[in-house]
Design a protein around this ligand. Sequence first.
Ligand code: AOF
Ligand code: ZN
Length: 353
Amino acid sequence: MCVSGVLSLRHFLLRTPISIWGHLVDYSVLMAQANELSLRGLGKTSPNPIVGAIIVDSSGAVISQDFHDGGLHAEAKAISKIGEIPKGATLITTLEPCNHHGKTPPCSELIINSGIKTVVFAVSDQNLVAKGGADRLRAAHIEVISGVLQDQVSYSNRFWLNKIKNNRPYFIWKVGMTLDGKISAKDGNSKWITSESSRAQVSKLRSQSDVILIGTGTALADNPSLNTKEVNAKQPKRLVMGNRLIPQESNLNDESAQTFFLQTHDLDVLLDFLAKLEVNQVLVEAGPTLGTFLMKSGVIDEMHIYLSPSLLGSGQSFINDLGINSLENRVMYKVQSAEIVDTDLKIILVKDQ
Ligand code: AOF
Ligand code: ZN
């Protein structure tokens, strides 16, 4: 079969509504809902993945749904919400149900005992200790459908998936800058280059982050709190890297969130420290010194650029010399999305592997 034939067959299998007891259920729509649900766990589940789970009855009506927030697994929460699972029910979950006794018993076992007839999932569990749930379900004569909206759900879970693959957290560098890449004017003023709506988005991103990383330069220049203003949100941990001392009275020493000071310029020391914190993702809000260092080290997996339609011509650039002399050696990113936010342009860039 030719490549396009394979693609169209895959498209057919993943997109075509499937008949259950004579009713049509489009699993991609339900999976998109489970994916949305899973995103509510962002920033709360490390070292675990984000997971959303929906249970539908034999007519396709949603009878339960929940997401993982660091406690019970999503499937277990969704199952425990309904007393008795009706005959012919289907579980739609973003991640393959686990197969291990960890903090909780295996979800595969729970699903088998619940009487659920069909399990639909998007992404296979890559975690060596937990994988194998699909095989166990099939062995128990449960119908298992995998790969539904796999790309979309993998993107949502890219922090956890990348951590398993690369053995380090996923780094997002967020920068607000002018059209000519400046983050502050010649007089040192950096407040406020981007719009209030852009800053509100960053506040939300902080609430979905595990750790905010800055250098001592930014800590001393801006005295930031790095808090999120989202209501009822968990404050991310704060990590300051570099050798300079930060005054005791600085906002980073307030009680609002845990702060760690890492007196090093060594990437391995940073990665070891992050491994101990067991985080999946790091939001870098650093200036050019630390940002350039991380970029040169090759760990910036994604950038969130808030571009203000303004020019300074002089002032501080967001990045320093990367030691690249030719176009073929430039660091490439791929545009994941571009969106107008109030008066700014927000561009999300992911590493072009
Ligand atoms: C979750 N939430 O909803 C699902 C997970 O440490 P444990 O016992 O909670 O197990 C974590 C592993 O379980 C995790 O890495 C993943 O492989 C699997 N599934 N984990 O935290 C969930 N379904
Ligand atoms: Zn589980």
